[in-house]
Design a binder for this molecule. Structure first.
Ligand SMILES: NC(=O)c1ccc[n+]([C@@H]2O[C@H](COP(=O)([O-])OP(=O)(O)OC[C@H]3O[C@@H](n4cnc5c(N)ncnc54)[C@H](OP(=O)(O)O)[C@@H]3O)[C@@H](O)[C@H]2O)c1
Length: 323
């Protein structure tokens, strides 16, 4: 099969298309023919080995796992003898740490994989899981409840667009912060209020929040403190400029009434099924910025690394396919 591989860490140009062995499903696995996948910030971090600490998971000197790609949507091509949930021809979507930048992938039946929501294209379904499951983990960890006030900073990214929609689903009052060009989009995702950060600094308007969700990791606990209610949470997706956020999370868990949250994300099948339900109820949609064919993975990756994408960037394989 064709796959995008990388033999060393570095700039997007280390990615290349290659012929690799077709995986064979084990007893409890399904073989999925992938029609669409994404390039996300996790792929970029693993490829560039930035932060360095990621090498402890991906290989100290060179990548142990040569095929990146976590999200996928496609068609079941073969099933192992013990598989009961899926059959050949089923349309599925899901997420796995590595291996989705390829024509085929094997996943366990119990993995974060589910039947595709009705009426979704492969491109849309591929762009659901990563941002949404990460955002879900943060909102749950912050114990976001009905009527609470949340501010989502970086509301136009993959995690941010998911965070706005999920916070809305949890019946919180959502203030989204983004650039002028994305104001209408985040409003359409359900934000009650939108702050254009080019016009207004939310830390100076005197308003306070139960949860500040820094979905792009560009803000800081220090600057947000004055906008947190007593007992408020600052949930952040990035390590921080000086890798301070995990330490602040530990420190504030014991000291002070304003907390920092830096949860370790986990993809689960339960969450994929939850998102499928939300999508079918019309309460969630994947925001797609651009689609590229798999062959243009280097260009797609360069675009993702501008850190300016709106929502998600999709890769289609053999032209993807409408459902
Ligand atoms: N904790 C984890 O496990 C985990 C996993 C994956 C990713 N991450 C981290 O989470 C962060 C977000 O990931 P993502 O995939 O959602 O990112 P993304 O989609 O690449 O975010 C891009 C968006 O961020 C906005 N943005 C960029 N700079 C900004 C700034 N200074 N202020 C406000 N908005 C800004 C951009 O909007 P504008 O046009 O307004 O600039 C753009 O729409 C990344 O830092 C990534 O490394 C963490």
């Amino acid at each position: 099969m064709r796959a995008v591989v990388h033999d060393r860490y570095g700039v997007p140009d280390v990615l290349r298309l290659a012929d690799v062995e077709l995986p064979v499903p084990k007893e409890d696995e399904v073989l999925v023919k992938i029609h669409a996948t994404t390039v996300n910030r996790t792929d970029c971090g693993f490829r560039s080995a930035d932060p360095f600490i990621s090498r402890f998971f991906t290989g100290l000197l060179r990548p142990k796992r040569k095929i990146l790609g976590s999200e996928l949507a496609g068609e079941v091509d073969a099933v192992g003898a013990a598989v009961t949930e899926f059959a050949v021809g089923d349309h599925v979507f899901g997420v796995k740490g590595f291996g989705a930048h390829a024509e085929f992938i094997c996943m366990r039946e119990s993995a974060p994989l589910a039947h595709m929501p009705a009426g979704m294209t492969f491109e849309e379904a591929a762009a659901v899981c990563d941002g949404a499951i990460l955002a879900l983990g943060f909102l749950r960890r912050a114990d976001l409840r009905k009527g609470q006030k949340i501010l989502v900073y970086g509301a136009s990214g993959s995690i941010g667009t998911a965070g706005v929609q999920l916070a809305r689903y949890f019946d919180a009052h959502v203030t989204a912060v983004c650039n002028t060009k994305n104001v209408e989009l985040v409003r359409s995702l359900g934000a009650d209020e939108v702050i254009d950060y080019l016009q207004e600094d939310f830390t100076k308007n005197g308003k306070t929040y139960d949860v500040i969700f820094d979905a792009v990791g560009k803000h800081s606990f220090r600057r947000c403190r004055g906008s947190q209610k007593p007992g408020g949470m600052y949930a952040v997706t990035d390590l921080g400029f000086l890798w301070q956020n995990p330490f602040l999370a530990l420190w504030t868990s014991r000291i002070g009434d304003r907390k920092v949250l830096f949860p370790i994300p986990r993809y689960t099948k339960k969450d994929v099924l939850f998102l499928k339900e939300l999508i079918e109820a019309g309460k969630y949609r994947a925001v797609i910025d651009r689609c590229y064919p798999l062959e243009d993975v280097v260009e797609a990756t360069r675009y993702v690394e501008t850190q300016q994408k709106t929502g998600n960037v999709v890769l289609t394989i053999d032209g993807g396919r409408a459902r």
